[in-house]
Design a protein around this ligand. Structure first.
Ligand code: ADP
Length: 269
C-alpha cells in the first residue's frame, strides 16, 4: 500500500560495460516527509502562544513600572519578536518545501515590487543612511508567485542593509538577455570570505555567529531565497570579495519572462 521510491545510478566501466545500481530510498523519503510535517506543525502551534505573550508585554510596557522591570519587559518583547520571525520563516520554508514548483504563476509587476522593497530597505537602514538605487534595465516582466518573490528579493536587500556599514551603496538591478532575466543586489560592504559562500544557503549558517544574532536575522533568509528560486526554475549566484562587497544574482530562465502588460490608462490614443 506504500509507494516505493528508487534511486538509480549508472556507472560505466571497461569497454561499454555498465553497472546499474538501484537503491531503495522509500524510508528516507518518508523520514524527510515526517520532518517537514513536524516543522510545519510545530511552527504553526508556536504562533498563537507567541502572539498572546507579545500582547501582554505590550500592555505592561504601556504602564509606569519600576525601571528594572521595564528593562526586563522590553528585553522579553524583543526576544518575542525574534521568535515570531523565526517561527514565520520556518513556516514559510516548510510551505516552500512541500511542493517543487509554483502553481499560480502570474506576471508580478517587478518595478512596483522592487520599488516597495527599496523603500522598506531605506526604512530598515534608518540612521545608517545607506544609498539604495533601483535600476530597471529591461522591459520584460517576471512570471511567478508575487509573495514568494517578494520574500526572496527583500531577504537579499535587507541582508545588504544589515551586513554592510553605514553609508554603503546598495544597487538593485533588473536586466534580461537571451539567457533569461537577472535580478542583482549589489553592495560595496565588507564582503564574504570565499570558503563561506557555498554554505550560505544552508539553514542557520552564519558567517559571524555573534554579530548575526544582533542584526535580527533568523539564519533562514538565504535558504528561503534558494527555495523560492528553485520553485521558479531559477538559480542564485553569489559573488563576493572581502573588503570590496557582494553581489547576489537571481538568474531566471527565458520561459519565466513575459512582456510588460500595459495598463489601459497608459495607452496613448
Ligand atoms: P541571517 O538571518 O543570518 O541574515 P541569511 O541566510 O540571510 O541569514 O544569511 C546568512 C549569512 O550570510 C549571514 O548571517 C551573513 O553572515 C551573510 N551575508 C548575507 N548577506 C550578506 C551581505 N550582503 N554581505 C555580507 N554578508 C552577508
Amino acid at each position: 500500500h506504500h509507494q516505493m521510491t528508487l534511486q538509480y545510478h549508472i556507472t560505466r566501466f571497461g569497454e561499454g560495460d555498465r553497472l546499474l545500481v538501484a537503491r531503495d530510498i522509500t524510508r528516507l523519503k518518508q523520514l524527510e516527509q515526517t520532518r517537514q510535517t513536524f516543522v510545519a506543525n510545530a511552527s504553526h502551534e508556536l504562533r498563537t502562544p507567541l502572539t498572546v505573550i507579545r500582547g501582554y508585554l505590550e500592555t505592561f510596557l504601556d504602564q509606569e513600572l519600576p525601571k528594572p522591570i521595564m528593562r526586563g519587559l522590553s528585553q522579553m518583547q524583543q526576544q518575542t519578536l525574534r521568535m515570531e520571525s523565526l517561527v514565520s520563516d520556518l513556516l514559510l520554508l516548510s510551505r516552500l518545501e512541500s511542493s517543487q514548483h509554483v502553481k499560480d504563476e502570474q506576471p508580478v509587476n517587478l518595478p512596483s515590487l522592487l520599488y516597495r522593497i527599496k523603500r522598506d530597505g531605506i526604512l530598515l537602514s534608518g540612521t545608517k543612511e545607506h544609498i539604495l538605487t533601483l535600476n530597471i534595465a529591461s522591459d520584460k516582466d517576471l512570471l511567478g508567485q508575487p509573495n514568494e518573490l517578494h520574500s526572496a528579493f527583500s531577504n537579499l536587500v535587507f541582508n545588504a542593509v544589515r551586513y554592510t556599514p553605514e553609508g554603503c551603496e546598495i544597487k538593485i538591478e533588473w536586466r534580461s538577455d537571451a539567457s533569461g532575466g537577472h535580478l542583482s543586489v549589489i553592495d560595496n560592504g565588507r564582503g564574504i570570505e570565499s570558503h563561506h559562500i557555498p554554505h550560505l544557503t544552508e539553514r542557520f549558517y552564519r558567517v559571524d555567529e555573534g554579530r548575526s544574532s544582533e542584526t535580527g536575522g533568523t539564519g533562514l533568509g538565504l535558504s528561503i531565497v534558494k527555495h523560492v528560486l528553485a520553485r521558479h526554475g531559477a538559480k542564485l549566484e553569489i559573488k563576493s570579495k572581502l573588503g570590496v562587497g557582494s553581489e547576489f544574482i537571481c538568474h531566471f530562465p527565458v520561459d519565466m519572462l513575459t512582456d510588460v502588460e500595459i495598463e489601459e490608462s497608459e495607452v496613448d490614443n
